[in-house]
Design a protein. Structure first.
Ligand code: SF4
Ligand code: SF4
Length: 450
């Protein structure tokens, strides 16, 4: 090898698409994409199941082949070479086009679902088979969402194959998405029970503690509905603080949540695009706690209006709930949260908008045993940890000062520790007095001596 090969963009750091298997995978996926457009605009090709095979089947199959081609002979370790040269992964023209397509897809899903009637027809037999109910564009969306997590989860597992933490974590995320967020609600519908998501809780699934939903669950399906309300309340107010005390917010954000699941797998190629500036941190705190305050206030107002039976209160609380559903639930969480992956990184919603993350963050910062410890003497200030932190935390800043990292926003994904070439960072659960000490050290601006 030429001694300067590492500096030669033609040889070493150019993204590679050259293996025959990878090319075949890409070709199959593009054929699937083309078939999807044909079906969407002109109708089914040879019936629903064949169309589904030609669309989602080819896209997923091609993607898996591509992933397999990339992973063949891959040595253990992180392979992030060439990311800054990739238009797709570093806000180049393909990244922008992808962001526009993602955003457009979300706008169609939320407001022009009827346009997808041909694609909905394609999943009709599947919906009948597993839900015993007609398909709609939300069922189509749930299927695509789940496939995205499963296929890109495989890619993620190949990439981080050297880390048992990531293998187990990703398998768990895939399990919760497939089992709890896709199949279980479908099976409930099959038996004419309410479509309930046991892995989402208030305030993320804000309507689960709204009076209307609580009443319809308790009154209609009876015992099971009452259990659903009970489950949601216990998870929100008891399990969440207890689990976060022991494990930090990672137990939910990086192991269970579907939004986190999509970010960790489908969004992994964009994780480094999170804004690391202090101003972003300031915005983050104002916005995320602001959203938490609004949804808490809205929920309380809805219950107050129901209890007090005051007409104007009922109309204000109803309007507020509608406003929240539209601007936060649809535009922020969906259109911006996922549509902007290729521009702002994979955790825009989790970082700036999710009220569940806000609650978990408060508990994590003040009452949790979770922290990332640093062996700063080994740090070479390469900045990998900060670059690949999807929550925009400047991890290196702490490592250089040998400070433990106790941050409300950290989702405990563990990528900072995995990409560190010197083994400086370690995710730990331990006595929370260390966390309080870390916060104190930061507050006082004291740098820990060697
Ligand atoms: S600090 Fe590390 S573990 Fe926490 S969110 Fe960032 S990369 Fe993930
Ligand atoms: S990745 Fe490791 S060595 Fe590099 S700056 Fe972060 S802590 Fe230091």
């Amino acid at each position: 090898m030429h001694p300067y090969a590492i500096l030669n963009s033609d040889t070493e750091i150019k993204p590679h698409y050259n293996s025959a298997v990878e090319m075949a995978g890409l070709a199959i996926s593009f054929t699937g994409l083309l078939c999807t457009f044909v079906i969407a605009f002109f109708g089914l090709i040879g019936g629903p199941w064949i169309s589904l095979l030609l669309s989602a089947g080819l896209i997923s199959g091609g993607a898996l082949l591509y992933i397999f081609g990339q992973a063949r002979g891959m040595k253990p370790g992180i392979h992030n070479d060439g990311i800054t040269f990739s238009a797709m992964q570093f806000r180049g023209w393909t990244g922008w086009i992808t962001a526009i397509l993602f955003t457009g897809f979300y706008i169609i899903i939320y407001w022009f679902g009827d346009w997808l009637h041909n694609l909905v027809a394609m999943v009709e037999p599947m919906s009948q088979a597993i839900r015993n109910a007609p398909a709609d564009h939300w069922f189509l969306y749930g299927l695509l969402y789940t496939l995205a997590i499963l296929v890109m989860g495989v890619k993620f597992m190949y990439k981080y194959q050297h880390s048992r933490y990531h293998l187990i974590r990703t398998a768990t995320l895939m399990f919760f998405q497939l089992g709890f967020a896709f199949l279980l609600p479908a099976i409930l519908m099959f038996f004419k029970e309410p479509e309930f998501y046991f892995s989402y809780f208030w305030p993320l699934q804000f309507n689960y503690l709204f009076p209307n939903d609580v009443h319809s669950l308790v009154s209609d399906p009876g015992a099971l509905g009452t259990f659903m309300v009970f489950w949601g309340a216990v998870m929100s107010f008891i399990a969440t603080p207890v689990l976060t005390y022991f494990y930090g917010k990672r137990w939910y954000c990086s192991w269970v949540c579907g939004c986190g699941g999509l970010a960790e797998t489908f969004g992994d190629p964009y994780r480094h695009l999170s804004d690391k500036r202090l101003i972003a941190w300031k915005f983050e705190r104002w916005i995320v706690y602001g959203v938490l305050a609004i949804i808490t206030f809205t929920t309380m107002l809805l219950w107050a209006s129901l209890t007090l039976e005051i007409g104007w209160l009922s109309s204000i609380s109803g309007d507020l709930a509608e406003w929240y559903g539209f601007y936060i639930g649809a535009i922020f969480a969906g259109v911006i949260g996922v549509g902007f992956y290729p521009l702002m990184g994979s955790r825009v919603w989790c970082r700036f908008g999710c009220p569940m993350a806000a609650i978990l963050g408060i508990i994590q910062r003040f009452y949790s045993r979770f922290r990332i410890t640093t062996n700063g003497g080994q740090c070479i200030s390469c900045g990998n940890c900060s670059a690949f932190c999807e929550m925009g935390i400047d991890v290196r800043w702490y490592a250089q000062r040998q400070q433990n990292i106790v941050r409300a926003s950290c989702v405990g994904c563990g990528i900072c520790a995995s990409v560190c070439p010197r083994g400086v960072l370690k995710l730990e659960n331990g006595p929370s007095d260390i966390n309080r000490a870390a916060i104190q050290v930061r507050k006082n601006g004291i740098e820990v001596a060697e």
